[in-house]
Design a protein around this ligand. Structure first.
Ligand SMILES: NC(=O)c1ccc[n+]([C@@H]2O[C@H](COP(=O)([O-])OP(=O)(O)OC[C@H]3O[C@@H](n4cnc5c(N)ncnc54)[C@H](OP(=O)(O)O)[C@@H]3O)[C@@H](O)[C@H]2O)c1
Length: 274
């Protein structure tokens, strides 16, 4: 039987993962800011569901809850760092507190969770660490800069971490969905653009919110399949919009770099003046 540890299990992808895992007969250590939001699942699944209050920005709480979860279960096979949210608005217009809080949640929360989960996974002889990233960890939309900073941040951190912990039998999976029909876009903070940005790119983010193709249950199912397969992939690009946009973006980036090859090599030579 597989045991999961999941952050942000109250709604969206985190809750869907919790429900699908329980429906498979797995155990779930679900963490969320309001544990009572899983009362219905607790009634249905009894001891298979273990839950604790946990805000990922409270590192002391993360450490304590992780310790309790590993103590309460024989082993935890998959840790899912899912909690996160977005902030829309011109980068200049965001309040300092908004910048700091989204970084504290999406990056610092994920980093500190991983730093505290890895010793447990190492001691039990391995496991899988799943980190929710996004197509927005490879491409960008104006009006969403701070969110991209957090997802590009987790891409770099977890790619490097994956190499460090692979020798301990710990696999890392970066999940990169496109736009998924969850409450994410309703929950996102929206900062009205100030006068200089009105009518500009930050004022009309090119996010086709009305035409989201991603299915919450489809994404959760893909995460479960990937985490439990024999050789979990480092990157799990999900949904047709993300597949098309990320592959096209990376191709364009590669072509731009290749067109600059001579410039890149020339910078190896000392500059001696004109
Ligand atoms: N939906 C998309 O289009 C999409 C696309 C790519 C990536 N993602 C990523 O997928 C993950 C899940 O998003 P979702 O679509 O499921 O969004 P969602 O429906 O808005 O759910 C977000 C979850 O994160 C939790 N959360 C936020 N801040 C938290 C904190 N400080 N501590 C603990 N939990 C916190 C929320 O809890 P509360 O109920 O307490 O607020 C909620 O459970 C996020 O990392 C997001 O960036 C989403």
């Amino acid at each position: 039987m597989t045991t999961w540890f999941i952050t942000g299990a109250s709604r969206g992808i985190g809750r869907e993962l919790t429900e699908q895992a329980l429906a498979r007969g797995d155990r779930v250590a679900a963490t969320l800011r309001q544990p009572e939001r899983l009362d219905d699942l607790a009634g249905k699944y009894g001891e298979l569901l273990w839950r604790r209050r946990m805000d990922v920005t409270d590192t002391a709480q993360v450490e304590r809850v992780l310790g309790e979860a590993f103590a309460a279960h024989e082993r935890i096979d998959v840790v899912v760092s899912n909690a996160g949210y977005g902030v829309f608005g011109a980068a200049e217009d965001l309040a300092d507190e908004q910048v700091e809080r989204v970084i504290a949640t999406n990056i610092t929360g994920s980093v500190q969770l991983a730093r505290r989960a890895v010793p447990w996974l190492r001691r039990q002889g391995g496991g899988v660490f799943v980190q929710l990233s996004s197509q927005g960890g490879h491409l960008t939309f104006p009006g969403f800069a701070i969110y991209h900073a957090t997802k590009w941040g987790v891409e770099g951190y977890f790619e490097a971490l994956a190499k460090e912990i692979e020798p301990f039998g710990i696999k890392t999976v970066l999940v990169e969905p496109g736009m998924v029909r969850t409450g994410f876009y309703d929950a996102a903070e929206r900062v009205p653009v100030s006068a200089p940005y009105r009518g500009g790119p930050a004022d009309t983010p090119a996010l086709p919110v009305e035409n989201m193709v991603g299915s919450q249950s489809g994404v959760a199912h893909a995460i479960i399949e990937a985490a439990l397969c024999e050789d979990p992939p480092l990157r799990l690009l999900l949904n047709s919009d993300a597949y098309d946009a990320v592959t096209a973006t990376v191709r364009r980036r590669l072509a731009a770099w290749e067109s600059q090859r001579d410039l890149a090599y020339a910078a190896d030579t000392d500059y001696v003046g004109a």
